[in-house]
Design a protein around this ligand. Structure first.
Ligand code: F6R
Length: 259
């Protein structure tokens, strides 16, 4: 395992800031390492609010955590990063359904402790504002799990998203719609809009675990960690966050020059 630590710019008011990049042999090792870090926090009593992501990358992390049979999940609240707008309630690919199926159920988190933006609301903008307020009222996430889009998105903050953005309704990039078409019967069924935590909202978490596996993520990982920090690659904002672990497999790390 190769481990590189590089200083991240300290956000105002922060006393210490760290960004650790670990390159692991494969996706299974990435999931195990992420589970180790989450489990450590849970067992130390420091995981009251868990920021969860959906998609192929975090899914094995929940399975790994569930397999460990750890106590204490019934006291944890889950807050999702994002939700499609316009899928009917209960649609199996809505992020509420995914989080319930892949995370809350296997871990034993009561469903009334699962928070996901309401993508079925008549007024999605009001739903976005309500979600931002609910996360703030919960005190923010103790740890936020993040995947990265092949275009450098985090949550559904597509390229061009302001780093100061908050939870809002967004248009999905055609690249993101195409990438996510694998979860639907046909590409046309992928929604065009979503409610996502903003980049700054994501930054309110106390710790972040950014995971990437596979060669398709290599360019986005390079841009996030070695390119300019800015809206062209929203994931680059992790370099402004306080306590970040980036866990990569060798394929996702293959374009890095400094890890
Ligand atoms: C999911 C999310 C997205 C995904 C990203 C990577 O809640 O917010 O940012 O993390 O699209 O998805 P996978 O892991 O499927 O490649």
């Amino acid at each position: 395992m190769l481990t590189a630590t590089s200083p991240a710019p300290a956000p105002r008011g922060a006393t210490e800031s760290r960004l650790v990049v670990q390159v692991l042999p494969d996706a299974a090792a990435v999931a195990r390492r992420a589970a180790d870090l989450v489990a450590e926090l849970l067992l130390a009593g420091g995981l009251r609010t868990f920021g969860v992501a959906t998609g192929s990358t975090p899914s094995p992390v929940y399975a790994e955590l569930a397999a460990r049979g750890l106590p204490g999940w019934d006291g944890v609240r889950l807050f999702a990063l994002d939700e499609y707008v316009g899928l009917p309630a209960g649609h199996p690919e809505s992020y509420r359904a995914v989080i319930e199926r892949e995370a809350a159920g296997p871990l034993g988190v009561p469903l009334d402790q699962v928070h996901v933006p309401d993508g079925t609301a008549d007024d999605p903008r009001a739903a976005a504002d309500a979600y931002e307020a609910a996360l703030a009222a919960a005190g923010g996430a103790d740890v936020q799990l993040l995947g990265i889009g092949a275009n450098g998105h985090i949550g559904f903050n597509e390229p061009g998203s302001p780093l100061g953005s908050r939870t809002r309704v967004v248009d999905l990039d055609e690249r993101t719609r195409a990438d996510n078409a694998r979860f639907f019967d046909s590409p046309a069924q992928v929604p065009h809009h979503a409610v996502t935590q903003g980049v700054a909202t994501i930054g309110t978490a106390r710790r972040h675990l950014l995971l990437a596996t596979g060669a398709a993520k290599a360019e986005a990982v390079r841009a996030a960690l070695e390119g300019p920090v800015g809206p062209a690659c929203p994931a680059s904002a992790v370099r402004l966050f306080t306590d970040v672990h980036v866990l990569l497999d060798t394929a996702a790390a293959s374009l890095l020059t400094r890890a």
